[in-house]
Design a protein around this ligand. Structure first.
Ligand SMILES: Nc1ncnc2c1ncn2[C@@H]1O[C@H](COP(=O)(O)OP(=O)(O)OP(=O)(O)O)[C@@H](O)[C@H]1O
Length: 232
């Protein structure tokens, strides 16, 4: 599904990614984990076309993405739940969802009703303006909005950060449901316990490179890795 090879990117004069290599195979959920500032968000921005590729390749479904604009990459099936949510506060819940709706002839069948079925809290608040939602509900809205694009690959950047435990659990439950329906997912998060119940594979990012990859069980058996690269 997604293959990233030798990815290089950065900001102005500073290079941040020095050859990222990883894959998100169809139907699997994989992570990028690592300490703050190691390049995870920069990787996401580059995948989405928000930052130019300075080297290497990103291939989605056999299609190279280099040089494509974010909207073209979204149309090819990359659905982003960005860090900080970025929902439209002045629009209602329903308007936020409808704003990104995209029918795909080949992928998915997400509709307003299905998203509201996945997140009943949003259904109860569909006519409320989005800024009146709690942080967790806004996060659900950000996920729902990405689903409305009928993505082939869902990318979540710190989707549970700063949320209350109960809401966090709801979001992880929802991600497990989506995975069981076959959605391919790339998750950036810090919660190894919750991720273990979802993921097929972790990728540890250190200074703009993937330095280790393996299953959640393999990572759990390597206290040295968690200490060295994740600061746990
Ligand atoms: N807009 C920007 N301009 C310049 N440098 C940036 C910009 N955004 C991030 N950086 C730098 O790029 C490096 C990697 O940041 P990035 O946000 O990708 O890390 P991260 O692994 O996602 O960490 P975090 O969990 O803190 O978001 C950091 O040194 C950061 O200071």
């Amino acid at each position: 599904m997604l293959t990233v090879e030798g990815l290089q990117a950065g900001y102005g004069g500073s290079q941040v990614l020095f050859g990222m290599d990883f894959e998100a195979p169809t139907g699997q959920a994989v992570s990028l984990v690592g300490r703050n500032g190691m390049g995870k968000t920069t990787t996401v921005r580059t995948l989405m076309g928000m930052l130019p590729l300075r080297g290497g390749s990103v291939v989605l479904h056999g299609r190279p993405l280099a040089g494509l604009a974010p909207h073209a990459i979204a149309r090819l099936g990359m659905g982003l739940v960005p860090e900080g949510r970025r929902i439209f506060g002045s629009l209602s819940v329903e308007e936020n969802l409808v704003a990104t709706a995209r029918r795909s002839a080949t992928r998915g069948h997400w509709s307003l009703d299905r998203v509201l079925g996945l997140f009943p809290r949003l259904g109860e608040r569909r006519r409320q303006s989005a800024r009146t939602l709690s942080g967790g509900e806004q996060q659900m809205l950000a996920i729902g909005r990405a689903l409305m694009t009928n993505p082939a690959l869902l990318v979540l950047d710190e989707a549970t950060e700063g949320l209350a435990p109960l809401i966090r659990r709801e979001i992880w439950d929802c991600l497990r449901t989506l995975k069981s329906e076959g959605l391919t997912t790339l998750v950036i998060d810090k919660n190894l316990t919750e991720m273990a119940a979802l993921l097929d594979r972790h990728h540890i990012v250190e200074k703009g490179r993937v330095v280790w990859s393996g299953t959640p069980a393999e990572l759990a058996s390597r206290a040295d890795l968690a200490q060295r690269y994740l600061g746990i």
